[in-house]
Structure formats: structure tokens, C-alpha cells
Design a protein around this ligand. Structure first.
Ligand SMILES: Nc1nc2c(ncn2[C@@H]2O[C@H](COP(=O)(O)OP(=O)(O)O)[C@@H](O)[C@H]2O)c(=O)[nH]1
Ligand SMILES: [Mg+2]
Length: 460
């Protein structure tokens, strides 16, 4: 590191809905950078080697990405990593053999897409504006409205009871979760700051166990203008709790995100197909909202002065602003390889039209499997082999059991106009990962993503 003249320092956000594979993706990526084997992980061309890896503590000490712990869980327990925190950081430096004068330093920021549902709380949005926007959304979309009848009845009352209105709102949120609709706010109801998610249960049970706010005594829900007028004290209380939530949960994630230079957006196509079109719609909306929010309204051409500035003070962080986005179809090993082409098409159909209309970043579309955990059955186009997590009866199986053959759905060529939960089926498997610590797992596509993100034109 000492004998290089400059450092390529970039912040990279990794996002996607909870459970789409962010933690596994980053664990595998770090493993491949750290213990690089050019035969398994191409950067630019097969001769390029990554070396001199160093790990540094990230700025927020309580939000470190626990790479060693996650890898240990994978190898020694044969399990996928546990959820620990809603967002984390990982910072490292390394060199690539074809960059003679430049060292690389990256900070990864892994954060859940669900937080985008709180984007309404940004940009000078106060409690009243947030309430209006949420109620508008709830009222005008049938899939949302039908779950919120009791809540709207509560709002129409002359004197609103805090307990009842909070419970009615939470009941609506719980029903949305049970219908795979992740676009709900306050988003901690679905994904807590410790990374916790609700257990699958009745809507009543979920509503009584989760909070619509920071904690049990800091809950708030949206109130209509009329309801605020009639219930001034309650509106004041909710406004106070809203502000505390915004400061603690929303601002840290969004302000860091605005300073990122690259973004990796993971889209879990097997889960979207299994869950039905409601989840697809929400996931797309979440991605679009995020990119709208990140749009600096500055076409790439106008970034030249910034680029000059950056070249002059070569060792500081480049000014924030996302210039490259990798859209990743994750868990590709859950579909049959004969469907990889369709998988990539589905990914592009979902976001390309939107991304093409945004000129502030370059986009790439990649199928990825962070840890290839299945193999194909010779001669078949719909059978895979792996260690299933459940048997046909839905009972849990232990890791390290029998390698089993199972059938998976064929992917459609285009997203159907509508589809129901369970129409498509993919089998969850345990990870297959080498025990030797400097031997990274078999991957697909992550190297393309890293190559794309390390590349940069003058105007970026
Ligand atoms: N087959 C397969 N499953 C994966 C892969 N990556 C993630 N998964 C599955 O997706 C689950 C969630 O992954 P995780 O990285 O924790 O998701 P996060 O919530 O987005 O961080 C894991 O428990 C695995 O079941 C992969 O590369 N292949
Ligand atoms: Mg995670």
C-alpha cells in the first residue's frame, strides 16, 4: 500500500428486500477478494490478481459487518448467516496487479430495501405531510385499502383512542405483510433495527407483538387532517414520536446512502415468483423510489469539474453520488441453468426501462449466485441436486444430510400479467462451502459485478 501513489476509494451500497441475499453476497465477495483465485474470480482478464487484502474497522463500530462470524456459521454449522442488524459496514483495502500506481479502498454498506418505505419521511417531510402521503397511498390502492378498513373507521371517530387506532393501523400492516407487501411505514414494523422480522402468525398476533415506531411507548400512526383537528393532543404526541423515529432510523441510512458511489441492487427472482405479483409490484416501487431519491439531477457530463477536483486531491474520498448501479438477480443456483437466460430477461424487464430513463448512472444486469449450492441432474431441464432445508411435507431437515434430487419450476420468458402465491416453486437449500478458510465458495456473477464497480470513466 505504501508504494502506491493514489487510492481508489469508493463507497458501495448493497440493497434489496430482507432475505434477498445481501449478507451472503457480501460474505462471498469479501472471501473472494481476500483469498483471490483468478481461476475462479475474473477481474478484467484472467491474469489479474487481487492481493494485499487488509480489513479496517468501519466508522460506526456498533454496525460492523461480521464477516468472520458469517463465514464461520456457513462453514462450521452448515447454516446461512443469522440476521443481526438492519444495516452494517465493511471496510477493506487491496491491490489489483494491473493497477500499478493505485491502491483500492472500499467501504461496503449493506442496508435493507424495506427502509425505502420510510423515504416519505425525508426531505423536509413533517408528520402532517407524512400522514397525508401514507393515507393517500392506503386509500388509493385496492390491495392496501382492503386491509385498512378498521383503521379508516377509527380515524372517522370524533374522539380517537390511542391504543385502538395504533392497533387498527398495525393490524392493517400485519395483513399487508401476510400478503407479501413490504412497502409499509414505519418500516421497523416489518424489519426492526436489530434485523428482526415478524414470525409468521395471525395478523392479530403480529400486530400485538410488533411496534409502529421506535418501541412500545413511542408508537405513532398517520392521522388525517380532520382527525388531527379533533384530537390535538394525540396529534402532538404522534408528531413528537415521528420526529424521534425519523432521526434514529431514517436519517442515518439515507444520509450515508447519498454519499455512496456505487449501488448493488439485489432482486430475488425465485422469491418474487413464489410470492405472487403483489410483492413484485412493491419491490419495483421500492427500487424506483430509491433511485429517484439518489438522482442528483446532474447529468454525467456535468460531473467533469467534480472529477477534476477529485484528481487534484487524490487521497480523499470522492464526492458522493452514485454513478454505477449493478442490478443483480440473486440466488441463481435455485433455478435450473437452462433458465439463466430467462432469469436475466426477467431482471431486465423489471428495471431496465426505468433505469434507462435515468441518466445519472450506468447500469449492468447480472445473474449471481453468491454460494452455488446446487448441481444439475444430467439430462434433465428441471431437476437439481442439493441439501434441501425442508422435505416435501414442509418439515425441517438438518444440514449436512443426504444430497437430494428435487424439481424446480421453469421460469417464464416474461413476467406474467398476474400470478398467485405458490404458482412457482423453488427449493431452499443449505449452503455448500469449503471448510478451508482461504478457499472461497463456488460463485457465479459476483466477479462481473466487482469488475463493473471498479471501472470508472473520467466523467463519473
Ligand atoms: N441457494 C442459494 N440461497 C441463497 C444464496 N444467498 C442467499 N440465499 C438464501 O437466502 C437467505 C437470505 O440470505 P441473506 O444474505 O441473509 O439475506 P439478507 O437478508 O438480504 O441479508 C439465506 O438464508 C439463504 O437461504 C445463494 O447464493 N444461493
Ligand atoms: Mg442481511
Amino acid at each position: 500500500m505504501q508504494n502506491k501513489f493514489k487510492t481508489f476509494k469508493r463507497r458501495i451500497g448493497i440493497t434489496g428486500l430482507s432475505n434477498c441475499g445481501k449478507t451472503v453476497f457480501l460474505t462471498s465477495l469479501i472471501n473472494h477478494i481476500k483469498d483471490h483465485n483468478p481461476n475462479q474470480f475474473y477481474i478484467g482478464n484472467p491474469d489479474v490478481q487481487l492481493r494485499n487484502f487488509k480489513h479496517y474497522p468501519a466508522n460506526q463500530l456498533d454496525k460492523q459487518f461480521n464477516y468472520e462470524g458469517f463465514r464461520d456459521t456457513l462453514v462450521n454449522h452448515g447454516l446461512w448467516p443469522e440476521k443481526t442488524s438492519d444495516y452494517t459496514f465493511y471496510r477493506c483495502s487491496f491491490e489489483r496487479s494491473d493497477w500499478l500506481f493505485t491502491n483500492i479502498e472500499l467501504e461496503f454498506f449493506d442496508f435493507p430495501g424495506e427502509r425505502m418505505a420510510d423515504a416519505l419521511m425525508l426531505e423536509a417531510m413533517d408528520y402532517r405531510m407524512w400522514s397525508r402521503a401514507v393515507l393517500h397511498h392506503l386509500k388509493n390502492q385496492t390491495e392496501y385499502r382492503e386491509h385498512a378498513t378498521e383503521f379508516f373507521n377509527q380515524l372517522a371517530m370524533d374522539s380517537i383512542s390511542e391504543t385502538e387506532v395504533v392497533h387498527a393501523y398495525k393490524l392493517a400492516l400485519a395483513r399487508l405483510i401476510l400478503n407479501y407487501k413490504p412497502l409499509i411505514t414505519p418500516s421497523t414494523f416489518l424489519l426492526g433495527i436489530d434485523g428482526d422480522t415478524p414470525e409468521i402468525d395471525s395478523a392479530e398476533q403480529i400486530a400485538s407483538k410488533r411496534y409502529s415506531g421506535l418501541n412500545a411507548s413511542m408508537q405513532f400512526v398517520p392521522l388525517s387532517d380532520a382527525a388531527m383537528k379533533k384530537n390535538k393532543e394525540l396529534a402532538k404526541t404522534f408528531a413528537y414520536r415521528y420526529t424521534a423515529y425519523r432521526r434514529k432510523v431514517v436519517l442515518p441510512v439515507f444520509s450515508y446512502l447519498k454519499n455512496c458511489h456505487r449501488l448493488i441492487v439485489l432482486i430475488d427472482i425465485p422469491t418474487l415468483l413464489s410470492a405472487g405479483n403483489g410483492m413484485y409490484d412493491d419491490n419495483r416501487e421500492i427500487i424506483e423510489q430509491m433511485l429517484d431519491l439518489l438522482d442528483p439531477q446532474t447529468p454525467i457530463m456535468w460531473r467533469a469539474p467534480k472529477a477534476m477536483l477529485n484528481m487534484m486531491k487524490m487521497l480523499t474520498w470522492k464526492p458522493g453520488g452514485i454513478t454505477r448501479v449493478a442490478f443483480v438477480a440473486s440466488k441463481a443456483d435455485m433455478v435450473h441453468p437452462t433458465d439463466f437466460k430467462h432469469m436475466q430477461h426477467l431482471l431486465e424487464q423489471m428495471v431496465k426501462h426505468y433505469a434507462d430513463g435515468r441518466r445519472f448512472f450506468k447500469a449492468k444486469y447480472v445473474n449471481c449466485s453468491a454460494i452455488m449450492s446446487t448441481e444439475v441432474v444430467k439430462g434433465s431441464s428441471h431437476m437439481l441436486i442439493g441439501w434441501p432445508v425442508f422435505n416435501e411435507l414442509g418439515e425441517s431437515l438438518q444440514p449436512g444430510g443426504k444430497y437430494t434430487m428435487f424439481e424446480v419450476s421453469k421460469l417464464p420468458q416474461v413476467w406474467p400479467q398476474q400470478w398467485k402465491e405458490g404458482e412457482y416453486f423453488f427449493t431452499e437449500v443449505y449452503p455448500v462451502i469449503p471448510a478451508r478458510r482461504n478457499c472461497p465458495p463456488k460463485q457465479m456473477g459476483i466477479d462481473h459485478v466487482l469488475s463493473f464497480l471498479l471501472d470508472e470513466s473520467f466523467f463519473e
